[in-house]
Design a protein around this ligand. Structure first.
Ligand code: ARG
Length: 469
């Protein structure tokens, strides 16, 4: 444990001495919340301007504060600012340094508490984070998926259910499934943004302020808006300082995004195996084995799959943090930020690397074509042939089942049964029954909206290309 000797002088009039080193270490948050510095400075500047408007600060004082904040901004950006853990958090570090330089800095905390300050800073930080995810990172991953589909537009692979061969699909169709998932993730992040874009400043520690703070002005300065573009301020001071719903929402949305990425990662891992051999991931996105010279492991995909665990964990940690927490702010809430930051960092890096890896992945056309040529993939098409000839589907399903059994008995592929052999099983099989086994024709037939038909997949690729342009 830490030394108890050199206690810092307390900042407060209530305490004669500051905390011991071990207590300071236990309670500090600046080692991780320093990341909020930009938004803390922006918030302070808006608050100072407002204090001038209502006459708490003179014009000169506000100007001096703004200048001090600007200098601190430049120093932090240049990595020259010395963060002091004994000052606890990013808010106290910045305010203490400002006040050391500018006497009027001592007026900055008028009508403000760290409780509404931290709620403000995190909301602003998360707004930027979400903006980058929804406008840059997620669309870029979607684009990488569309590009891989377009580069391999003619490639057909087996589609799987239960990891058993089911029906043929274009590889692009499989990839576009992820584009759809990511679009929903994107819309969930945007929804989270719209709900969190409410300014909590002015809520004070719990009960607002007796001073005539201009909350609308601050909200406007900091870009907090409702759907109609009007400044949005929180409507209940107790809720505002203890609400962390937006973090839970972000982490839940991040968890679902991680789930989607883990499924994509798993597909790539399977496809890169010798057993499938559908793709080859570029060396830069794989690693070797320290023992087996032949190994080329898809570690990026595996780590993406693996990191899903911590992202789920972050969500669970946040929910647990909030469970039964009495109103309003409790120091427990300081534990929220590392979970939030970790989810944001993790999903962002997974999304980025996944996009880069997809751009460095080659499709093995021969292996895909060989797998997609398995004629049992078209057993359902053969049943549809009987349906077109008037047979109820349940009977058609049974009839094709007998054909599959016969092919198995004869030791040949379903598609190699002769017209006569089919006819011998059921008179309803037409002369043209065997046409069902033309993969080209089969793919041309699947043109319902959302189906993996040749035209439909081309249409969907074009739609996404347009939407993502
Ligand atoms: N470091 C604190 C946190 O992250 C800031 C708010 C502290 N408020 C307080 N009353 N101690 O939650």
């Amino acid at each position: 444990m830490g030394k108890r000797t050199s206690r810092p002088v307390s900042r407060s009039g209530r305490f004669t001495r500051g905390p011991g080193a071990d207590v300071a270490r236990f309670t500090e948050s600046v080692s991780f919340d320093w990341r909020l510095w930009r938004h803390d400075l922006q918030g302070s500047l808006a608050h100072a301007r407002m204090l001038q408007r209502i006459g708490v600060l003179t014009k000169a004082e506000c100007k001096a504060i703004a200048k001090g904040l600007e200098q601190i901004y430049a120093e932090i950006e240049a990595g020259k600012f010395r963060w002091k853990p004994e000052l606890e958090d990013v808010h106290m570090n910045i305010e203490a340094e400002l006040t050391r330089r500018v006497p009027a800095g001592a007026k900055l905390h008028t009508g403000r508490s760290r409780n509404d300050q931290v709620a403000l800073d995190v909301r602003m930080w998360l707004r930027d984070e979400i903006t980058e995810l929804v406008t840059i990172e997620l669309p870029d991953l979607q684009r990488a998926l569309v590009e891989l589909g377009e580069r391999n537009q003619a490639i057909i692979i087996p589609g799987y259910t239960h990891l058993q061969r089911a029906q043929p699909v274009y590889l692009a169709h499989h990839l576009l499934a992820y584009v759809e998932m990511l679009a929903r993730d994107n819309s969930r992040f945007s929804g989270c943004f719209s709900r969190l874009n409410v300014c909590p400043l002015g809520s004070g520690a719990i009960a607002g302020s007796t001073l005539p703070l201009d909350r609308q002005f601050v909200a406007e300065q900091l870009g907090f808006k409702d759907s109609k573009g009007r400044p949005a301020v929180s409507q209940n001071s107790m809720d505002a300082v203890s609400d962390r719903d937006f973090m839970v929402e972000f982490c839940a949305t991040g968890a679902l995004l991680a789930a989607h990425l883990s499924r994509l990662a798993e597909d790539l891992i399977l496809w890169a195996s010798s057993e499938f051999n559908f793709i080859k991931i570029a060396d830069a996105y794989t690693t070797g084995s320290s023992l087996m010279p032949q190994k080329k492991n898809p570690d990026i995909a595996e780590l993406t799959r693996g990191k899903t665990g911590r992202v789920y964990g972050n969500l669970m940690a946040l929910l647990t943090l909030l469970k039964g927490l009495p109103m309003t702010y409790n120091r427990d809430l300081q534990e929220d930020k590392e979970r939030l930051f970790d989810t944001a960092d993790t999903v962002r890096s997974c999304v980025r690397l996944m996009a880069a890896m997809l751009r460095h992945t080659k499709v093995n056309a021969a292996a895909c074509t060989a797998a997609a040529s398995d004629s049992t993939l078209l057993a359902t098409d053969l049943a549809d042939h009987l349906v077109r000839r008037g047979m109820p589907f349940r009977l058609a399903h049974h009839a094709v089942g007998t054909a599959v059994a016969l092919a198995e008995k004869l030791g040949k592929p379903l598609g190699d049964l002769t017209a006569a052999e089919l006819k011998s099983l059921n008179a309803a099989f037409g002369k043209d029954a065997k046409d069902c086994f033309s993969l080209v024709r089969a793919m041309a037939r699947r043109n319902l909206t959302g189906a993996p038909g040749t035209k439909e997949v081309a249409k969907q690729l074009a739609r996404w290309r347009r939407l993502l342009a």
